[in-house]
Design a protein around this ligand. Structure first.
Ligand SMILES: [Zn+2]
Length: 257
């Protein structure tokens, strides 16, 4: 790949200067920021679904809702979700630093692993467009509670624990394939993007919509766009600064200068 080698120190310095001048920063993160924490992406060579096709089937809403066996497999997989033990890395901590400096307007994330909150980002500033594995939601009554409660029931022998309020089907509070995004959450992600002076997109291929629309929305509203990723993204043309390389190296250098 050699992107890190290709990126000049001058480019990083210039981008860092642009970030240093910004007073309201919106950060948009994707899977790439969490791979250094051992959270696998979904479709890469070591991806969750590549190694475990049953997990992909469970991720499709219609299968999950219609087939108790799919749910039983899903609950067993949830016992071993990497997010339970993963630790935030320097990339997550760099975003906390922006908040400490009083310049983080909002953090929009496509990740469901909760690592930003674990790193110390104010949960009120985190907009989880694809939901979170740390909570369950009842498909019938919308009751939302900590995932840990239900995992205890699975460990105690329930193969497909129903909602304690109404008996409905429980699911992790994530957006499955075939499931609509939450309109209020997406609206909030897009409007904060229009309120920033720098949009910093990190570890996302920027190819999943509508989250990726944060980039053109910010740009159209006059923000500068900084993209940090391991590889090219679908939105490179919007970037004022395109920094391709190791996220956990680039991001700290970008925010502390
Ligand atoms: Zn319920």
């Amino acid at each position: 790949m050699g992107h890190s080698a290709a990126m000049s120190a001058d480019l990083l310095e210039a981008a860092a200067a642009a970030v240093a001048d910004a007073r309201r920063i919106v950060v948009l993160t994707g899977a790439g920021i969490s791979t250094d924490s051992g959270i696998p992406d979904f479709r890469g060579p070591n991806g969750l679904w590549t190694k475990n096709p049953a997990a992909e089937k469970a991720s499709k809403l219609e299968h999950y809702l219609s087939d108790p066996e799919v749910r039983a497999v899903a609950w067993q997989n949830r016992l071993h979700t990497p997010a339970w033990t993963a630790e935030p890395n320097d990339g997550h901590r760099a975003i906390v630093e922006l908040e400490t400096q009083g310049r983080l307007h909002a953090l929009v994330t496509q990740n469901i692993d909760g690592l930003h909150q674990k790193a110390g980002t104010d949960p009120d500033r985190v907009i989880e467009v694809h939901g979170t594995v740390w909570w369950t939601r009842c498909w019938e009554c919308d009751d939302r509670r900590a995932m840990a409660e239900t995992l205890d029931r699975v460990r105690a022998g329930e193969v497909d624990p129903p909602c304690v309020v109404c008996g409905g089907i429980l699911k992790s509070d994530t957006i499955s394939f075939g499931q609509a995004l939450v309109p209020e959450v997406i609206d909030r992600a897009l409007s904060v993007s229009e309120e920033c002076d720098v949009l910093l997109a990190v570890g996302s291929t920027l190819s999943v919509f509508p989250a990726a629309n944060c980039v053109p929305r910010a740009k159209a509203a006059g923000a500068q766009v900084v993209i940090v990723n391991g590889d090219s993204t679908a939105m490179d043309r919007y970037a004022d600064w395109l920094l391709l390389g190791q996220i956990a190296d680039i991001l700290p250098a970008l925010v502390t200068s």
